[in-house]
Design a protein around this ligand. Structure first.
Ligand SMILES: [Zn+2]
Length: 306
């Protein structure tokens, strides 16, 4: 199988919340170094995710998760290494870890903290999670645009080289980013709303716009974003979403953002070691090798190096 870049997992959050689950080397969750090694050349984007309902000081919580990331990498190096650039990813022979953020309120309204995140190695960050914050509104608010500080955050992130992630954002926020961004942006873990009506998924117009600006959308494995019918074949649903996203935004839009360790339910692919199953299902469905190589890694690398 081709080298794999997963745009989103919540493993850091899950390990921090539930230390009994194990550690980054080996755990009862969906991503660990041992299983990454089974996949081969794999880079996981480890999100520093903060739920404001649980953490009244998002910055402090983000610092805790960053500490966990650093101590885990120090402990298990060289079996895993931190990567910061697309070049690092291409050169990495071991499982690799790229830091990202989920929840723009991590900076608590102080955009100078984005430079600190960049120093940590954060290369992609979502503007919101599921709560309104200083930057904008989540997907449940439909037409609400980005706030002024959110628009400022987009240009500051672009200046620093942090890719803007619109997953979880309101539709209005998506179009604010489209209007103000000068570089390609991503929806790191979202699917097609035409296939499965859910505000966390992207409309056809959003998929086409993302394709026009050279962005990507990472296929999310969360069952309820793949189908509203639990009885349906989950792997067939994944194929259906990928086909529709390609038809709307072109092959260059395709990527994967599993959402491992942030999802519940019966999964078609139980953990990171099962990625081959999706590769072969897509191949059987008529996708070409070069389309799959794009989806597995190349398209996301194009955005990271833009
Ligand atoms: Zn998420």
């Amino acid at each position: 199988m081709y080298p794999f870049l997963d745009l989103h997992c919540d493993t850091l959050y899950a390990l921090n919340k539930n230390p009994l689950a194990g550690n980054l080397l080996s755990n009862t969750l969906q991503v660990d170094i041992e299983r990454m090694e089974n996949v081969g050349a794999v880079t996981s984007c480890f999100a520093i995710f903060v739920d404001m309902d649980e953490s009244p000081s998002p910055w402090d919580k983000a610092c805790d998760l960053h500490d966990l990331f650093l101590s885990s990498l120090a402990k298990y190096s060289p079996r895993i290494r931190q990567v910061r650039t697309s070049r690092d990813i291409l050169l990495s022979a071991t499982p690799a870890a790229l830091l990202t953020c989920e929840e723009g309120q991590i900076v608590e309204g102080d955009l100078s903290r984005l430079a600190i995140l960049k120093d940590w190695g954060v290369r992609m960050a979502s503007l919101t999670w599921n709560h309104e914050n200083d930057l904008g509104y989540p997907h449940t608010y439909s037409d609400k645009p980005l706030k002024d500080l959110g628009i400022e955050a987009v240009s500051e992130m672009e200046r620093l080289g942090i890719v803007v992630d619109v997953s979880h954002l309101s539709d209005g926020g998506f179009f604010s980013v489209l209007e103000h961004a000068k570089k390609p942006f991503v929806a790191s873990h979202s699917n097609s709303r035409w296939c499965t009506p859910d505000s966390r998924n992207l409309s056809d117009e959003m998929l086409r716009s993302l394709g026009d600006v050279g962005g990507v959308v990472g296929l999310n494995f969360f069952p309820s974003f793949l189908s509203s019918d639990r009885e349906e074949n989950p792997i067939a649903n994944m194929v259906r979403h990928v086909r529709h996203m390609r038809n709307m935004g072109g092959s260059g839009i395709l990527a994967i953002g599993t959402d491992f360790d942030g999802i519940v339910g019966t999964l078609a692919i139980a953990d990171i070691s099962g990625m081959e199953k999706l590769w072969y299902a897509l191949l059987d469905a008529g996708f070409s090798n070069s389309e799959l190589e794009g989806m597995w890694q190349k398209n996301a690398l194009r955005v990271l190096s833009a």
